[in-house]
Design a binder for this molecule. Structure first.
Ligand SMILES: O=C(O)CCC(=O)C(=O)O
Length: 286
C-alpha cells in the first residue's frame, strides 16, 4: 500500500516549508524508473545544461504535459497528486506545471544557488505562491558529497525575496539569504532512492556541485492549483486538471521512456529563463 500524506504531514509542511517522506516510492518502482531514465535517448536529446556561478554545469530535462511514459505514471500517481492537493492552498483541482529530470553527474554536475522557486515563477506571473508546490523524488542517494538539497527551514514564511542573476541561474538576494541563515535552521536534506521531499515555492534552497564519483539524479514535479493563473506563461498543462493513475500503475504497467512528441522546455518561451538571459547562453544537447 502506498503511503498518502496526512494532516500531520501538512502541518509540518506549513510550519517548516517542507515535508520529507521516506520510502514514498519503493525500491522496485525507483529501479524501474531509473533504469529507463539512464538509457532514455529522448530525455538526453532534450537535456539542457545550466551553468552555476563557478562555471560548472548541471543537466536537466524539463517538460510540461504528462503522458503515459514511466515518469508520468510517477507524477500522475494518486499519492503524488493527492499529496500536492493536501498542501496547496486551494480546493480547486491540481494541475501539472512541469517536471524536471535532474542529472547531477559525478565530478561535473554544478551547483544550484540559493533561490526560491517562486523567484523564477513570479516572472511567469503566477498570482499565488501558496498554490505552487514541488516534490523532489530521489532516484539515487543524495548526500552532502554529491550535492544534496539544502534548505532554510521556515524561510517560506519570509515571502518572496528579490532575485537577480547567479551564473545562468536566478539567485536570491544574498543579504536576505544571510539574514535568514542567522535566524533559521540550515538543513541538508539527504535522501535515499524513493524518498520524497514536498516543498513550498517560497522555501529558500540550494545545492552544491557533485564533487563525488556518485551520480545524483532526482525527479522534481511542480504542481499548481487550477485557481492559480499565470499571466505571463503560455504553457497549457498548468491549466488542465491532472488525470491521476492508481498508485500501482508505475510498477504494473508496460511503462516506456519519454516520447519524441513530448512538450519539452523551449527556453525562448519561458519568461523566467528569458529574464536571466539563459536562452542565449544555455547549451542544449542533441
Ligand atoms: O536539484 C537540485 O539540487 C536543486 C534544483 C532546484 O533547486 C530547482 O530545480 O529549483
Amino acid at each position: 500500500m502506498a503511503y498518502h500524506l496526512n494532516q500531520a504531514d501538512a502541518a509540518q509542511f506549513h510550519r517548516d516549508g517542507y515535508v520529507l517522506v521516506r520510502n514514498f516510492f519503493s525500491i522496485e518502482e525507483i529501479n524501474k524508473l531509473y533504469s529507463i531514465a539512464v538509457g532514455d535517448r529522448v530525455m538526453q536529446q532534450h537535456a539542457t545544461e545550466v551553468t552555476d556561478k563557478a562555471g560548472k554545469q548541471t543537466k536537466l530535462t524539463l517538460w510540461y504535459t504528462p503522458g503515459e511514459d514511466v515518469y508520468s505514471l510517477l507524477l500522475r500517481s494518486d499519492r503524488m497528486v493527492k499529496g500536492a492537493a493536501l498542501l496547496l492552498d486551494s480546493n480547486s483541482p491540481v494541475c501539472h506545471f512541469h517536471t524536471k529530470l535532474m542529472q547531477k553527474e559525478p565530478g561535473v554536475g554544478g551547483a544550484w544557488e540559493w533561490h526560491q522557486d517562486y523567484g523564477y515563477w513570479y516572472k511567469n506571473q503566477f498570482l499565488f505562491p501558496d498554490q505552487l508546490v514541488s516534490c523532489m523524488v530521489a532516484l539515487t542517494s543524495a548526500h552532502r558529497a554529491n550535492g544534496c538539497l539544502q534548505v532554510i527551514k521556515g524561510s517560506h514564511k519570509m515571502g518572496r525575496v528579490n532575485h537577480g542573476f547567479a551564473g545562468e541561474q536566478v539567485g536570491a538576494d544574498m543579504e536576505m539569504v544571510n539574514n535568514a541563515l542567522t535566524t533559521l535552521p540550515h538543513e541538508y536534506i539527504e535522501l535515499e532512492p524513493g524518498d520524497a521531499l514536498f516543498f513550498h515555492s517560497n522555501l529558500l534552497h540550494r545545492s552544491e556541485a557533485n564533487k563525488s564519483d556518485q551520480a545524483r539524479w532526482t525527479i522534481i514535479s511542480c504542481y499548481n492549483s487550477l485557481s492559480n493563473p499565470a499571466f505571463n506563461d503560455t504553457t497549457v498543462s498548468r491549466t488542465r486538471p491532472i488525470i491521476t493513475v492508481p498508485d500501482e500503475a508505475l510498477l504494473l504497467s508496460d511503462a516506456s521512456a519519454a516520447s519524441e512528441t513530448g512538450d519539452f522546455l523551449r527556453k525562448e518561451n519561458d519568461p523566467a529563463l528569458q529574464a536571466t538571459g539563459w536562452e542565449q547562453e544555455v547549451k542544449t544537447n542533441g
